[in-house]
Design a protein around this ligand. Sequence first.
Ligand SMILES: Nc1ncnc2c1ncn2[C@@H]1O[C@H](COP(=O)(O)OP(=O)(O)OP(=O)(O)O)[C@@H](O)[C@H]1O
Ligand SMILES: [Mg+2]
Length: 246
Amino acid sequence: MLVLEDVHAHYGSAHVLHGISLQVNAGKIVCLLGRNGAGKSTTLKTIMGVVQPSAGKISFKGETISGLSPHVIATRGLAWVPEDRRVFASLSVEENIRVAGQAISGNSAARIAEALDFFPDLKARMDQRAGSLSGGQQQMLTIARALASKPDLILLDEPTEGLSPIMVSVIRDGIVKSRERGASILLVEQNFALATEVAEEFFVMSRGTIVYRGTRDELLSAPEVIKEHLGVGKAKSSAVDHHSKG
Ligand SMILES: Nc1ncnc2c1ncn2[C@@H]1O[C@H](COP(=O)(O)OP(=O)(O)OP(=O)(O)O)[C@@H](O)[C@H]1O
Ligand SMILES: [Mg+2]
């Protein structure tokens, strides 16, 4: 469904992606792992066209998308939830979702209801200003907003970073539920326990290249990969062993 072939990317003169090749097949949760600064977020930005690839090819559902603008790429069925978790603070929960749904495909109450279905906690807060939500609720909102466009593939950048254990499991349930409804997901996640719980296929990045590719079982039986490329501090031993910030 999504194919990257030898993709390079630069920030100015800094060469950050050095020939990334990866695939996400329909209906799968694929996880991109790697230490801080490895190039995970840049890979997602390059898929979305926010960073233009300097070489290589990206195709989605059989069509080339590299070179297109982010807006056009979004209309092709890709949604991106960036790591900065930005919501429209002065708008309500409902308005935040409505704005996103409209940008892609017209206003639809059913679509908003469906997106909220993933996060019941938000349903009760439809009229609340997004700026007054907790960090975890804002993260739910950014994911619900992405789901409102009914994407074929969602790019999720560290959705559980800094969240409390309860919020981590709410986000995990939302991820699993959206996959059950047919969405494919490319997940960037440093919570190793959560990643191996929800994803079935893994790519590990280091310094702008893919250094490992394997299934969940293969990765779990490759302790040297985990040790060398994922780091002790970041590869959490438990999905709920996370510091709380919201
Ligand atoms: N806007 C930018 N301008 C210049 N360099 C950047 C920019 N954004 C990221 N970089 C650099 O590109 C490299 C890859 O960064 P990227 O954000 O993709 O890493 P990451 O794997 O997502 O890391 P993290 O786990 O910290 O989110 C890093 O060396 C980073 O310093
Ligand atoms: Mg990042």
